[in-house]
Design a protein around this ligand. Sequence first.
Ligand SMILES: [Zn+2]
Length: 329
Amino acid sequence: MSEDVETLKRRLPLLDYLRQHNWASRPAGRSEFVGLCPLHEETRPSFYVNTRKDVFYCHGCGQGGDLIRFVQLSRRLSFRQSLACLDPETTPEADPVAVIEQAAAFYRQQLDQHPEAMFYLNQRGLHNRALIRELEIGYAPGGSLRRHLTAQGYSFDLLRRSGLLNVNGSDAFYQRIVFPLRQGEHIVNLYGRSIGAAFAHRFMPGTKGGLYAWEKVRHCSEVILVEGLFDYAVLRQVGFHNVTCSLGTHLNTDQFRQLCESSRTVYLAFDVDANRSGQRAAEQLAHRLGAQGIAVRRVLLPHGHDPNSFFVQGGDARKFQSFVEAALP
Ligand SMILES: [Zn+2]
């Protein structure tokens, strides 16, 4: 294994890899280059590559290491996965997991380049940059993903099968905010929210996975369950950490099982909408969870609100907490 790593690094120096991935740099002394850090957001370059030692170091985020380390960090892969994706023997064709990671990474980069996307996030009450990064939120402008991924060697056929492209070959996500949905280390799906007039919600084909960011809350004795990712995001932003999201009012089998894993109290904070569909779904879910011995409370927000709109229209954490405390059994 260690010999393979050395061979691989000789074949593909770190600087070459970075340049292939559009890293812009300028010389900074003998055998050093400096540019903006691809691993964290910054406006002044603090990412250094030493071509003699073939390593990088970022003075901003403190990350450093060799090519493999960089791939691990930038693509969120394990050591072995990073080796595999740098290995010319493994064509991208063989790796449908990698293609969705690549798409998500591309969408993340687009977020900063499209003011309309940040504008939309702000409109939805989301402005904490650290949280936006943590949730890996991206933006699909539409019309540029296909070119980006085919340039990396992914075949048109794979892109179509993955659902990233339509049957007619254009980008499936067009002017959409994108949230990657992870299960463990892997992205299992992408959720796209239209910022325009298109149908509001879209997923890639396949499962939506388990509850959103379940690992973070699975040990909590009290969990707040919301139906939308923007509900989730604003609650996280104001400091609620015991939140998860089912991406719709209908829980799939995995999501239901997760809530029932251990005894806990689940607070359902679904939409309080005019046609009562959110609250009807909450009542049914409360009943099913109750039958499994899970304590359930229904959080009643003011009429016409979901958690997202509540915060967008000036609600605060203290007030929301009072709704949680007043929740109905
Ligand atoms: Zn950095």
